[in-house]
Design a protein around this ligand. Structure first.
Ligand code: URP
Ligand code: ZN
Ligand code: ZN
Length: 473
């Protein structure tokens, strides 16, 4: 007889709506969602009275254990994964960077090496193409077959970026294999502007956002969308920060195009005021690209979420330490770009989104789990609480308040962007494939327990490229 756990008396919140139900699971898989389940037939009962029962979160935008030259994020797969669990996230998709001259397969193997014995939550990888050498396009079909169905490209100019021709070739190769390209959309003007500012002696971190104004993001977004339009291919735009870029995405939606947009939690709760304190150690903590923008842009992002134009909120978790940032003390171009908000992603979205009435609890679930599952080939196993899905379940306390204290966080980062913030809406329990990995501040997740997620194709046949099987909520 299988060992059965019952979660009862909770309010189940799915992307499609909220309802009172009991949930049972066994062998790590949800077996029943019913109005009333019989506790006598279960081995364990978890009482969720007063709590919401929601799917484990999925963060499709992370950089765990990422290092480039002297730059190194402070969180490996264990620490960042524990931070994710404490924030109610049970799956993520990380970017596996091609090394210059290397293959995408090498990149995937390198990232499996980082994750295999360290991961505490389930993980997938986006092959991240930094140059199109001979053979990269030929690698696409086999990678998709092996579960890597979304790819990533930078558009920021020299270094790491593909030019228009290479980007278009990759978009088309992915389309033909049932895969999709994600773009970091900022154009190469950011490098010219940064160089000119530094030449003028404007070297402090406060100049970083000035070097990356919204038109550089909007132009790249529009150009990538245009490539997808021309090639009748899907596209996903990561970490959108500007209402102008979002307008280009909305236009594509009005034409019925299978294109999608994500923003990250930092852009929804911070404004460019963070760059104005004059304190290097403080300001440099907020250096990420695109930069944190104005209140007007933040308002536009919330409007885009409400309109359904943006369908995913991720973290872009990439916390570089203060010593690492100090490499750019005299030249902001040398400050590594990236912040580390994964532990606060869902609590902040609840606090600033649901509690303020901007989104409802089902939209919260859609934005942080269900849409990502559907868009990244993880549904129906992940992102919902239906029978047959993995028992990735969070008991969410909508009223629990926490004042962020850096010292008590699970991330290994030496700072927190949100130190001192009071955030209401927190997980009380996180369950990953049936295992209680977090309960009221106590974490029990052994390194290596996380599993590789073989992801399905994300785009339907190239013969009918405008028909997108991935319909999101
Ligand atoms: O500043 C950022 N966003 N760092 C992480 C890498 C990326 O561009 O997503
Ligand atoms: Zn990026
Ligand atoms: Zn990123």
């Amino acid at each position: 007889m299988p060992d059965v756990t019952l979660i009862r008396n909770g309010l189940v919140v799915e992307a499609s709506g909220a309802f009172r139900a009991d949930i049972t699971y066994s062998d790590g898989v949800i077996s029943q969602v019913a109005q009333r389940a019989d506790p006598a037939s279960c081995d364990r009962v978890i009482d969720a009275e007063g709590l919401l029962v929601i799917p484990g979160g999925i963060d499709p935008h992370t950089h765990f254990d990422w290092h480039e030259g002297d730059d190194r994020v402070e969180d490996d797969f264990t620490h960042a994964g524990r931070a994710a669990i404490a924030g109610g996230i049970t799956s993520h998709i990380d970017f596996a960077f091609q090394r210059p001259g290397g293959t995408l397969k090498d990149a995937i193997e390198e990232w499996h090496g980082k994750a295999r014995d360290a991961a505490v939550i389930d993980y997938g990888f986006h092959p991240t193409v930094v140059e199109l050498n001979e053979g990269q396009l030929d690698e696409v079909p086999a990678l998709v077959e092996n579960g890597y169905s979304t790819f990533k490209v930078f558009m920021v100019g020299e270094g790491w970026s593909l030019d228009d021709r290479a980007l278009a070739e990759l978009i088309r190769a992915c389309r033909d294999s049932g895969a999709r390209v994600s773009v970091h959309a900022e154009n190469g003007l950011v490098q010219l502007l940064a160089d000119e500012l530094v030449d003028q002696g404007k070297t402090g971190p406060e100049w970083f956002p000035i070097s990356r104004p919204w038109p550089t993001e909007t132009e790249a977004t529009y150009r990538a969308l245009s490539h997808a339009r021309t090639l009748r291919a899907p596209l996903y735009v990561v970490h959108m920060t500007s209402g102008h870029a979002v307008a280009a995405l909305a236009e594509a939606h009005s034409l019925g195009e299978p294109v999608h947009g994500e923003t990250c939690i930092q852009y929804l709760v911070l404004t460019d005021e963070v760059y104005k304190s004059g304190d290097f150690d403080l300001v440099s903590q907020f250096i990420c690209s695109p930069p944190i923008r104005s209140q007007a842009e933040q308002d536009a992002l919330w409007a885009a979420i409400r309109a359904g134009t943006i369908s995913v909120v991720g973290s872009d978790h990439a916390p570089f330490g203060l010593d690492n940032r100090r490499a750019g003390k005299d030249d902001f171009r040398r400050i590594p770009n990236g912040v580390g908000p994964i532990e606060h992603l869902r609590p902040l979205l609840w606090d600033r989104g649901v509690r303020t009435g901007k989104i409802n609890p089902s939209e919260f679930v859609a934005l942080t789990a269900t849409n990502a599952a559907r868009l990244f080939g993880l549904a129906p196993k992940k992102g919902s609480l239906a029978p047959g899905a993995d028992a990735d379940i969070v008991l969410w306390d909508p009223e629990k308040s926490v004042v962020v204290e850096h010292a008590t966080l699970f991330s290994a980062s030496d700072h927190s962007l949100f130190d001192g913030w009071e955030i209401t809406g927190q997980p009380r329990m996180t369950i990953s494939r049936g295992e209680v990995v977090y309960e009221d501040g106590v974490l029990r997740a052994t390194p290596g327990r996380g599993r590789y997620l073989h992801r399905a194709r994300v785009f339907s046949s190239p013969e009918t490229p405008y028909i997108d099987e991935v319909s999101y909520v």
